[in-house]
Design a protein around this ligand. Structure first.
Ligand SMILES: C[S@@+](CC[C@H](N)C(=O)[O-])C[C@H]1O[C@@H](n2cnc3c(N)ncnc32)[C@H](O)[C@@H]1O
Length: 225
């Protein structure tokens, strides 16, 4: 099945609210567990989350690692507004700083370049028609040797297979969320496509793995040049 792009930002207030209210415990736990498996020594410093949405993953990282500070960025102001509320409720405002910034729209914030001891991103890649935007941002904002983990949906074989996944994992969720999930599956990349992106970005040494029936990860430590 060919990739069908979806809108890049999640800036519609209803869409952002439905996403923030949904239960992503399973994939977000998978994300944190995969990071710990790939980078067992990581526990402090500055972490960048690209496309943070309502900030559940930054809050999990800040909770796990008391000596970690997080910069969480998203291009959608609706998401940043929700994220700020959730971060404050979690008592993490001193440890997590949010920034409304759409990667690819240069110049990005100059004061964070080359600053990060780790870079993470969950479920952003499929939003990007120009995925090199994400790989370029990672190369620019991570320190050399910094761990990087990108997780995303993986495009199913057919629209039927995508429908089956939606029914299995979000059958009881509101219609707006099921619709977004379906479109996200159709917009997502497959392992071979992600490998090609990494080669083009000079990151061919990153690993690409399928880690569930609907997720893939790309991960590695940034190397010099
Ligand atoms: C599906 S959500 C994932 C949110 C969060 N990472 C999570 O795991 O729940 C994707 C987010 O990426 C944001 N996004 C899309 N394109 C972006 C860009 N170019 N720069 C920054 N954020 C972007 C969207 O606004 C949306 O909030």
């Amino acid at each position: 099945m060919k990739r069908v792009p979806e809108p890049e930002l999640m800036d519609e207030p209803d869409q952002a609210r439905a996403y923030a209210e949904a239960d992503f415990d399973q994939p977000n736990t998978l994300f944190v567990d995969t990071f710990a498996r790939c980078f067992p020594d990581f526990n402090r410093g500055r972490l960048l989350d690209v496309g943070c949405g309502p900030a559940d993953i930054p809050i999990r990282f800040a909770g796990l690692f008391p000596e970690l500070n997080v910069v969480a960025i998203d291009g959608a102001q609706s998401m940043i507004t929700l994220a700020d509320r959730v971060i404050e409720r979690a008592g993490m405002s001193t440890r997590i700083r949010t920034l409304c910034w759409r990667i690819g729209q240069e110049p990005g914030p100059g004061d964070i370049q080359g600053l990060f001891d780790g870079v993470i991103s969950n479920s952003l890649l499929h939003h990007l028609d120009e995925p090199e935007t994400l790989w370029r941002a990672i190369s620019k904002y991570a320190k050399i040797h910094a761990p990087v983990l990108v997780m995303d949906l993986r495009r199913p074989r057919s629209q039927n297979a995508a429908n089956e996944i939606v029914e299995e994992y979000s059958g009881n969720e509101p219609e707006i969320l099921k619709r977004d999930f379906y479109h996200s599956l159709l917009a997502s990349y497959r392992e071979d496509e992600v490998r090609e992106q990494l080669i083009a970005a000079g990151l061919s040494y990153f690993n690409v793995e399928r880690i569930s029936d609907r997720h893939l990860v790309a991960y590695g430590r940034l190397s010099a040049g």
